[in-house]
Write a protein that binds this ligand. Structure first.
Ligand SMILES: *Cc1c(COP(=O)(O)O)cnc(C)c1O
Length: 424
């Protein structure tokens, strides 16, 4: 290990606190954390000069690859103008352009307003606050309840976490959060007293953190119809699925659904900077007009110009690189590679998002105590692949720009790591 790496690791272990991390394991001498120093396209390099495929798109954010010349240039140009100015009291050029560009994806008279924030959690937080305040200001104060789905994940701030159904993350904070009803499916939703519901929140098509659980086809459309019939708002959390990952720009397009609130973050800047957007309709926006009804919400870096510049460049690349034209074919190829290599395991996939739930030779799951998922991902480093498991489900979520060759590389690397840990 070179001297620089050794020093960074000392400081990391002494002073850094990593997200979702058992710091005892992290600091254990038998575990070697990697310090990532550089990225290019789908590749990452650590401080020892080792090269890896970015198998989870840097926690589901990267779209067109790292250090893309077009996004880099847009950010550099913006830095020369200004990196940040306040959106409270002022506008900025990039935010105007980005809001218009986002609304352009949707038919007029649907999603027409964009409220910027910083990350997925705040995009959801903001949608929930808007949904609740809207009811107070539109003659339906009894609609105070929120409904979310079992095993959902919507972020970690207290409000967003209240909507989370993964007990390991949220249970100990449940009593501090909002009053949320959880349902496992639409049948359970239909049984609730809907006259007090403000909004239903869902990750459309696929629940990422719930080990890439796929919703039944048509479910989203049915949910939209039910919401319409019952005067309940639909909040779609497309923080993971947005920006092409599902095979269409937004997952909701696949069932011809437009929500009342749309939450966007991770891929919004192509995976370059933290920026989020909560989109909503004119009807909802109008209930917030006037001093009595103002939406008192915001963050210091709301609509950060540098983030907006990265996001605009990200959207331009969808056009100039024709990203969506071949994403269906590419994800079918990706699916075929997974089936060819991991037939013994359980594969769940939606577009370029996949989870491979590891199974023993006889088809049964491994004991949780064996930590097979974590061991496979650790072994994958030796084969030039970085990704993370969710329990024993290995996430493979390559950047959309991955070539078939690169996808094959990633699948082969994972295959080799599985062989190391589980045998052939
Ligand atoms: C990652 C994620 C979030 C939270 O986003 P952060 O940027 O990590 O706050 C919310 N919802 C979904 C579906 C996510 O995948």
């Amino acid at each position: 290990m070179n001297e620089k790496t050794a020093q960074w690791l000392v400081w990391d272990r002494q002073h850094c606190w990593h997200p979702f991390t058992n710091q005892l394991d992290w600091c254990d001498p038998s575990f070697e954390p990697l310090i990532i120093e550089r990225g290019q396209g789908v590749w990452l390099w650590d401080s020892e000069g080792r090269k890896y495929f970015d198998g989870n798109s840097s926690i589901w954010t990267n779209i067109h690859g790292h250090s893309h010349p077009h996004i880099n240039a847009a950010m550099k140009a913006q830095i020369e103008e200004i990196s940040h100015s306040s959106f409270l009291g002022f506008g900025n050029a990039r935010a105007s352009e980005l809001a218009a560009a986002l609304c352009d994806f949707f038919p007029s008279n649907t999603l027409e307003r964009v409220f910027f924030s910083d990350d997925g959690s705040t995009a959801v937080e903001c949608a929930v606050k808007m949904a609740l305040q809207y009811r107070m200001q539109s003659g339906k104060p009894q609609r105070t309840k929120l409904v979310a789905f079992a095993n959902a994940y919507h972020g970690d701030t207290m409000g967003a976490a209240s909507l989370g159904g993964v007990s390991l993350f949220f249970e100990r904070f449940r009593k501090f959060g909002m009053d949320v009803s959880f349902v496992r499916n639409l049948d359970e939703l239909y049984l609730l007293d809907n006259t007090t519901i403000s909004a239903v929140v869902i990750e459309p098509l696929i629940q990422g953190v719930n080990q890439m659980h796929l919703w039944p086809t048509g479910m989203l459309k049915q949910l939209r119809n039910w919401c319409n019939a019952k005067d309940v708002h639909l909040i779609l959390d497309e923080v993971m699925t947005g920006f092409g990952r599902s095979g269409t720009m937004f997952a909701c397009e696949q069932e011809d659904v437009i929500p009342d609130f749309l939450c966007l973050a991770k891929g919004l800047t192509g995976g370059y900077l933290p920026l989020a957007a909560t989109m909503t309709t004119d009807a909802i926006y109008r209930a917030f007009l006037g001093s009595e009804n103002t939406f008192y919400y915001g963050h210091s870096y709301t609509a950060n110009p540098l983030g907006c510049a990265a996001a605009l460049a990200n959207l331009q690349l969808f056009k100039t690189e024709n990203t969506l034209a071949d994403i269906r074919a590419k994800s079918d190829e990706f699916g075929k590679l997974l089936e060819d290599n991991f037939s013994r395991h359980v594969i769940r996939r939606c577009g370029m998002m996949s989870g491979i739930e590891v199974r023993q030779n006889n088809g049964s799951p491994y004991a949780a105590s064996e930590q097979v998922g974590a061991r496979i991902c650790y072994a994958a480093r030796n084969h030039g692949l970085l990704t993370r498991p969710i329990r024993d489900t290995i996430v493979l979520m390559p950047p959309l720009c991955s070539t078939i060759e690169e996808l094959r590389y990633a699948v082969n690397a994972l295959s080799a790591a599985m062989e190391d840990v589980c045998g052939a």
